[in-house]
Write a protein that binds this ligand. Structure first.
Ligand code: PBG
Ligand code: ZN
Length: 332
């Protein structure tokens, strides 16, 4: 039926109608906040490119995590930023039982009950060249790196993490981790797979300031995907699902909403999207320059992730969004 019988504006005439017919909502339940642990004590240094996000020694990480929990954020995604002298070619500190992440997880589980601790499982923070695994003649060795990733995931599980998030984009990493976790008695520990992870320049703030793991040479194009492709993303996700992923992920987010949409349509799996550091930096910088209304644009971005099909949004904006929601922010 056409105009004048049909007038779509009838249901937009005030916020009550708009609320009633709204198709997606942002709740604090959807948010995961990435946090960065550093060695030391009493350290809470703002990450220059990610304002509102900090390098946190474990004591301060506990306080920040309590803040997250008290805001209602269900989960944090934990990254370790180890001392440069704790990096070696074989990434041996990644799976050290007394490593930074392992200690941080134990502290969080002891002092912040009621918050899920998800650990990022990758080796780039633990190798001097910052590649995601073991190199041979500059090439990232797949199967040799899988062994180390599996040991790392098990060490996180032993420390008590609630979920592991393998990030290296190596072939067979989900199967390898699932197998090792099961073998060590962690068959109930879920895996959130960075399934469709693109080789993106939007990770620069994360590398340069976040984890201080900028590549010494080369790039990640032999394992992360080309931004030109989306069929390939579906094949990657299909493999991860088959290998036992509990949650799949698309990363980055805002330029990749078509991939998010396809992933949800084709797999009907719990789907996470990573609103990465470069996306944060763009919005934050524009807001600082007075060009954008930060809260409004953040809620627009978060809503669009959900509209595209994401169930879970990993974002450096998580605490800000949670505070806005707590204050009764309305975006309809
Ligand atoms: C890998 C990892 C990266 C990010 C999260 N986990 C870097 C990479 O995959 O190359 C990037 C996150 C961001 O930019 O916010 N450990
Ligand atoms: Zn990595």
């Amino acid at each position: 039926m056409a105009f004048p019988a049909t007038r779509p504006r009838r249901l937009r005439q005030n916020d009550k109608f708009r609320r009633l017919v709204r198709e997606t909502n942002i709740a604090v339940d959807d948010l995961v906040w990435p946090l960065f642990a550093v060695p030391g004590h009493g350290i809470r240094e703002e990450i220059s490119s990610l304002p509102g996000n900090y390098h946190l020694s474990i004591d301060c990480l506990v306080d920040e995590s309590k803040r997250a929990r008290d805001l209602g954020i269900p989960a944090i995604l934990l990254f370790g930023v180890p001392d440069p002298c704790d990096k070696d070619e074989r990434a041996s500190k990644a799976y050290c039982p007394n490593g930074l992440v392992q200690k941080a997880v134990r502290a969080l589980k002891a002092h912040v009950p009621g918050l899920l601790v998800i650990t990022d499982v990758c080796l780039c923070e633990y190798t001097p060249h910052a590649h995601c695994g073991i190199l041979e003649k500059g090439y990232l060795m797949n199967d040799a790196s899988l062994d180390v990733l599996a040991k790392t995931a098990v060490s996180h599980a032993e420390a008590g993490c609630d979920m592991v998030a393998p990030a290296a984009m190596l072939d067979g990493q989900i199967q390898t981790l699932r197998h090792s976790l099961d073998l060590h008695g962690y068959s109930n520990l879920p895996i959130m797979a960075y399934s469709a992870k693109y080789a993106s320049k939007l990770y620069d703030p994360f590398f340069k300031e976040g984890t201080q793991s900028a590549l010494a040479h080369g790039d990640k194009k032999t394992h992360q995907m080309s931004f030109a492709n989306s069929d390939e993303a579906m094949r990657e996700i299909a493999l991860d699902v088959e290998e036992g992923a509990d949650i799949i992920m698309v990363k980055p987010g805002l330029f990749y909403l078509d991939v998010v949409y396809r992933a949800k349509q084709e797999f009907q799996m719990p789907l996470a999207v990573y609103n990465v550091s470069g996306e944060f930096a763009m919005i934050d910088a524009a807001a600082r320059m007075g060009r954008l209304d930060k809260c409004a644009v953040v809620f627009e971005a978060l809503s669009c992730f959900k509209r595209a099909g994401a169930d879970i949004i990993i974002s450096y904006f998580a605490p800000m969004a949670a505070e806005c929601l707590e204050r009764g922010w309305k975006s309809f």
